[in-house]
Ligand binder design. Structure first.
Ligand SMILES: Nc1nc2c(ncn2[C@@H]2O[C@H](COP(=O)(O)OP(=O)(O)OP(=O)(O)O)[C@@H](O)[C@H]2O)c(=O)[nH]1
Ligand SMILES: [Mg+2]
Length: 488
């Protein structure tokens, strides 16, 4: 008589496994009557179980994470931090390559503020008028992009063919003086949320570092590289080994016009890290791709500009829910990183959340309660679609904080996948949504029949998970996390 336990012996490879089943089927074929019927159906059922288990195992080893979210929310900053944490960081040569992007950031930020003066009708002090004209003149005469004017109706940053000399002689003295002494420029900076285009978040960091940046020996440091803003164009894959596991992270452009291309990346994804800029609660501009972007249809870039103005945070909420509802991501776990907590905590006392989100009824100056309110908006969206998600408050420019948030976020993604893998129904429906769509109905039903276990899916818990960046339940507390006031 055949021993049923021998059917469960695990095999090392697919080929060995096939051999095992061939031998077993050969033995079964020699049985007679009820015995043969019994063992044939058992073998069939066990082969399906084993196939699914091996498929799940393969999927678990393949950690493919998409970083999604609006433009300027911090997706690429996370990947830069991961490079520092898990891939040896940036060599001196790598950092030197970024020098001209930092020059770009400094010039773009000051030109955006100068344009902002016009839009907000803030008069420029007469003693600085010549500085402004000189800076605009420099940008116009060095603009290498034939289609971009400097300071047209909106703000299109110029494309400069940099040399160190150009920055040190023509930009540094002007920007340094304007930032240090012009009250109008400072007022415009304070009111930058009212502008129809972004003033880069890194502006204040680089303005404050301008003496160092303009030194002849300047080589960007790690924090300069983290702070530097370069819009992502297209799709960039990054591979990391974290605690002996391989991870592939896929970085995309977050602007509205680029989002329709995301769908091509959904197949085979094992998790999504969704980014939101907390500090965008008072911003409405549309961050569009530059005219030099690599996408084929530039008309798409205009779409973003034409769409009606809404708070960027609301845009993030809508985007989040629409991704959760996307059938291709039906069984893909999500971690949400509510980023830029440092900027948020300095903004809230000046511009309380209630002015922009009237549903907030907490204390105007309570940064923790304000952040918790936004966190709950995301959790409600997840609950609307019966999805369990993990939400972290974070600050991507601060290495220890983002490392902690990332660890918690990835642990959640893995836990959700493992739960799904242990659950027959969930695993077969995951495959249906991604890799082997056509096989699903047959395999799913055969498996349920043979195993008879109750179906549980990754979305079975309607209650979202809530945990703070330090693993505490931040929803219960209105005090900001302890790292919120660290010098970032
Ligand atoms: N102060 C502060 N700045 C941040 C934080 N996270 C990101 N930034 C800055 O925000 C800017 C934009 O960040 P990116 O990572 O390029 O944004 P992105 O989501 O990749 O944007 P796209 O590529 O356009 O989709 C950079 O200058 C970052 O240094 C944060 O937590 N705090
Ligand atoms: Mg990016």
């Amino acid at each position: 008589m055949l021993d049923p336990s021998s059917l469960l012996t695990p095999s090392a490879s697919d080929a060995e496994n096939e051999q095992k089943w061939t031998k077993i089927l050969h033995k079964v074929s020699k049985l007679k009557g009820d015995d043969r019927t019994f063992f044939e159906s058992m073998v069939k059922s066990l082969r399906i179980d084993e196939w699914l288990a091996r498929d799940n195992q393969r999927q678990l080893q393949d950690n493919r994470v998409l970083t999604l979210g609006g433009g300027n929310t911090g997706k690429t900053t996370l990947l830069k931090q991961m490079r520092v944490l898990y891939a040896g960081g940036f060599s001196s040569d790598d950092r030197t390559e970024y020098k001209f992007s930092i020059y770009d950031n400094v010039l773009d930020a000051m030109l955006a503020l100068i344009k902002g003066l016009q839009i907000l009708a803030i008069p420029m002090e007469s003693q600085f008028q010549s500085y402004v004209e000189e800076l605009i003149g420099f940008a116009a005469s060095n603009n290498a992009a034939p289609t971009t004017q400097v300071l047209p109706h909106s703000f299109a940053p110029p494309v400069i063919a940099w040399t160190d000399d150009k920055f040190q002689c023509h930009v540094y003295p002007l920007v340094k003086t304007l930032w240090a002494f012009s009250t109008s420029i400072r007022t415009c900076f304070e009111r930058r949320n009212e502008l129809p285009f972004p003033v880069p978040d890194c502006a204040i960091y680089f303005f404050n570092e301008i003496d160092r940046i303009s030194e002849p020996t300047f080589t960007p440091c790690e924090q300069d590289v983290i702070r530097m803003r370069v819009k992502t164009l297209g799709v960039v894959e990054h591979n990391f080994v974290i605690k002996s596991q391989k991870w592939t992270f896929i970085d995309v452009a977050g602007q509205k016009s680029a989002r329709r291309k995301w769908i091509h990346l959904f197949d085979g994804v094992s998790g999504v890290v969704f980014f939101v800029s907390l500090s965008s609660y008072d911003e409405t501009y549309q961050d569009t791709l530059p005219a030099t972007d690599s996408f084929d249809n530039l008309d798409e870039a205009a779409d973003g500009e034409e769409s009606p103005k809404s708070l960027l945070l609301t845009d993030g909420l809508e985007l989040f829910e629409s991704l959760l509802r996307d059938p291709h991501l039906e069984n893909v776990p999500f971690t949400v990183l509510l980023n830029k907590f440092d900027l948020f905590s300095t903004k809230i006392p000046l511009r309380p959340l209630r002015q922009f989100l009237p549903g907030y009824i907490g204390d105007d100056s309570d940064v923790g309660a304000s952040a918790t309110y936004i966190r709950n908006l995301f959790l409600e969206r997840a609950a609307n679609v019966d999805r369990k998600v993990h939400v972290e408050l974070t600050c991507a420019t601060h290495k220890p904080t983002i490392e902690q948030s990332l660890n918690a976020g990835l642990a959640f993604l893995q836990e959700m996948r493992q739960n799904a893998a242990l659950t027959p129904r969930a695993s077969s429906s995951r495959s249906a949504g991604t890799i082997r769509r056509g096989d699903n109905a047959q395999r799913g039903s055969a498996h349920q029949h043979s195993v008879g276990s109750p179906p549980i899916s990754a979305s079975s818990s309607p209650r979202p998970s809530i945990s703070g960046p330090s693993g505490t339940d931040a929803q219960q507390s209105s005090s900001p996390p302890r790292w919120a006031y660290e010098s970032l």
